[in-house]
Design a binder for this molecule. Sequence first.
Ligand SMILES: O=c1ccn([C@@H]2O[C@H](COP(=O)(O)OP(=O)(O)O[C@H]3O[C@H](CO)[C@@H](O)[C@H](O)[C@H]3O)[C@@H](O)[C@H]2O)c(=O)[nH]1
Ligand SMILES: O=C(O)[C@H](O)COP(=O)(O)O
Length: 317
Amino acid sequence: MRPDVHRWLRRRTYSAASWTAAGLAEAKRAQGSTVSVVLPALDEEATVGTIVRAIRADLVERDPLVDEVVVVDSGSSDRTAAVARAAGARVVDTGTVLPDHGRVPGKGEALWKALHATSGDLVVFVDADLVGFDPQYVVGLVGPLLTDPGIGYVKALYDRPLTTTEGIVPSGGGRVTELLARPLLNAFWPELSGFVQPLSGEYAGRRALLERVPFVSGYGVEFGLLVDLAGLAGVDALAQVDLGTRQHAHQSDAALGRMAGQILQTAMARRPGAGLPASELLQFLRTADGVEAVSWDVAVSERPPMATVRAAASGGR
Ligand SMILES: O=c1ccn([C@@H]2O[C@H](COP(=O)(O)OP(=O)(O)O[C@H]3O[C@H](CO)[C@@H](O)[C@H](O)[C@H]3O)[C@@H](O)[C@H]2O)c(=O)[nH]1
Ligand SMILES: O=C(O)[C@H](O)COP(=O)(O)O
């Protein structure tokens, strides 16, 4: 493993259990800062209400850590907006924000417009399709930001079970992460290879930083933010926090193929220079103490066309 990645992993990987909502609410009050939680949602009536209610009960009413909970409705055709409103969220329709800029489909657009429609100094993004959501996710994500001024952006890490018709596969989730995003990141941005879940949809950042980078539309947004924020603020300003386990609604393989296509577009638009990709691939295993990085060499050899081998063997005869 690269020494810089090893150092970053030890220095910038946290556990959500390190903080309490009450402790962070006090730190936030002392700093005079504010926190917005944003849930991007497209047809999430089944889960959005439970998540909003949990955040409001624990982090608005019990411990005042969160100042606003906003659901950004990105064109739902179900009762997402009504359910979110009934649970106590402010609901913003992407079509009504910055109308002069038109409306681009996808998740990244919802996040970009949410940045305009909210005011917190810290902005926390949480997917609206989570099952078994725990408000401690939000506590963990803002923990590093409220306790270390050197940190500007925090991504979630967690185990990702895959729920199938045959049952739950404990580490089967995150298919686009494992098959595309991680290999891409390791090859072209190896300094970011310590991120256990580079595509996690739960993350928090300082508004002052988030407003200085572009937001890619669709599912390129997480990959773009990671690369662009590292470029802007440096890898040491980025951190990750262990939230335990996260379950969500899975998309079909075909839909994940389209997601992968958008991430590839995002990565290629940012690819540094034309140098050869790095050949080390870091993957992660859950251990009793947290997560352990395992390093693989994925270098390949290019064997020459057989015709040239035959020609050489026959001495050109
Ligand atoms: O046009 C859209 C599509 C999705 N969403 C919402 O965005 C969240 C995440 O979308 P989802 O389709 O559940 O993504 P995943 O299959 O979970 O994809 C993972 O990988 C993506 C690519 O990095 C991330 O955007 C996701 O947050 C991450 O969970 C959910 O609340 C959706 O309702 C929108 O608001 N608008
Ligand atoms: O983050 C990912 O890799 C994709 O969202 C796919 O996740 P899943 O395999 O858990 O559905």
